[in-house]
Design a protein around this ligand. Structure first.
Ligand code: PEP
Ligand code: MN
Length: 364
């Protein structure tokens, strides 16, 4: 190498270091702006500001780089700054995964856990109809080792003339049955005004699909001591679901479980379309447990076993299924609630399905 090239390269090396320093100084300032924008709740990407900067740069450009080259180079710098601002903003979101092994595990006073790698079954009637019905359901669930019983006393029905639930009387029944068989009770809350009354009866609050974006209810649940199961609305994106969980978490309650219940599509064979891909996607994005509703997604009994197997294989932390002593006469969701024998068959069928974690452990 000639001395001349060596000298020129030394100059380039020096300029590279200066550019590096300038780029990082620029990134620090951009990130400061990002913080202020995040506080104001404004968008990070400002196309008008970007266009103004490009025009100013092109007017100041004396070459030898062409205006197009300058534009392309600076656009890359803008893109990198924007990515940095967005990354920093995501770090602040409580429900957002921060590290690959971060995992929220919800532990109940009786030792039951959700999110610890076990596959929890949440089962029970669609709606509480009577003590006899719930007692019969409770007995079967307990004999199959179920720890979390669903019992809905307020039903968000499509028609106001359909059965709306037994209300507080129903909650009393659910509590009594759960105590008899040593189970926890989860029930759907419709409105924040119900929190004080329901707190006396339930171990877990359940936000139904229709209330997923009721931000006032979500904020109020940020203050309760019980964990919250948050259902995805049938037309909500996963980002919207994550933000709904953030409403609860930002209030102080980070004990949240997601439940995928199927989305609305053109498909007529099932009540909704089970979006099973939501399970690994939610797990990538968040550290919160995810369970799968195999009843409302399918809307039919005959899919319980395949959907149950799919749920377990997907890496979900559990499933939710409806069970009734005499499904055809159930006051709600008669087509999808399982007969007791079908529920027992489901428990047998999923027993040997390995979770992705178990498969990975075998490989290692
Ligand atoms: C339910 O699980 O009881 C229910 C009403 O389902 P969804 O909110 O998903 O419609
Ligand atoms: Mn139901």
């Amino acid at each position: 190498m000639t001395d001349r090239i060596k000298a020129l390269r030394a100059q380039i090396d020096e300029i590279n270091l200066q550019l590096l320093d300038l780029l990082n100084r620029r990134a620090t300032i951009a990130s400061e702006i990002g913080k202020v924008q995040a506080e104001l709740g404004s968008q990070f990407y400002d196309p008008q500001r970007e266009a103004e900067m490009l025009t100013a740069l092109q007017m100041a450009n004396k070459g030898p780089f062409s205006n197009d080259t300058i534009k392309a180079l600076f656009k890359e710098i803008f893109k990198a700054s924007l990515a940095l601002e967005e990354k920093e903003a995501r770090q602040k979101i409580i429900v957002q995964r921060k590290t690959p092994d971060q995992q929220t595990v919800i532990t109940f006073p009786d030792g039951t856990k959700v999110g610890d790698g076990s596959f929890q079954i949440i089962a029970g009637a669609c709606a509480i109809e009577s003590y006899e019905q719930m007692d019969a359901v409770g007995e079967v669930l307990a004999s199959e080792g179920v720890k979390i019983m669903r019992g809905m006393a307020y039903k968000p029905r499509s028609s106001p003339y359909d059965f709306q639930g037994l209300g507080e009387e129903g909650l009393k029944i659910a509590r009594q049955v759960a105590n008899k068989y040593g189970m926890l009770v989860v029930t759907e809350i419709m409105d924040m005004s119900q929190i004080p009354m329901m707190s006396d009866y339930v171990d877990i609050f359940w936000v139904g699909a229709r209330n997923m974006q009721n931000s006032f209810l979500l904020k109020a649940l940020g203050k309760v001591k019980q964990p919250v199961i948050l259902k995805r609305h049938f037309s909500a994106t996963l980002k919207e679901l994550l933000y709904s969980a953030e409403y609860i978490a930002s209030g102080g309650n980070t004990q949240i479980i997601f439940i995928e219940r199927g989305i609305r599509t053109f498909n007529e064979e099932t009540r909704n379309t089970l979006d099973i891909g939501a399970v690994p996607l939610l797990k990538m994005e968040s550290h919160l447990p995810v369970i799968v509703d195999i009843s409302h997604s399918a809307g039919r009994r005959d899919l319980a076993i395949p959907f149950g197997r799919i749920a377990k294989a997907s890496g979900a932390d559990g499933l939710m299924v409806e069970v009734h002593p005499n499904p055809p006469v159930a006051m709600s969701d008669a087509k999808q609630q399982l007969y007791f024998d079908q529920f027992r068959a489901l428990m047998r069928a999923i027993k040997d399905v390995p979770t992705p974690m178990e498969l990975d452990a075998v490989k290692e």
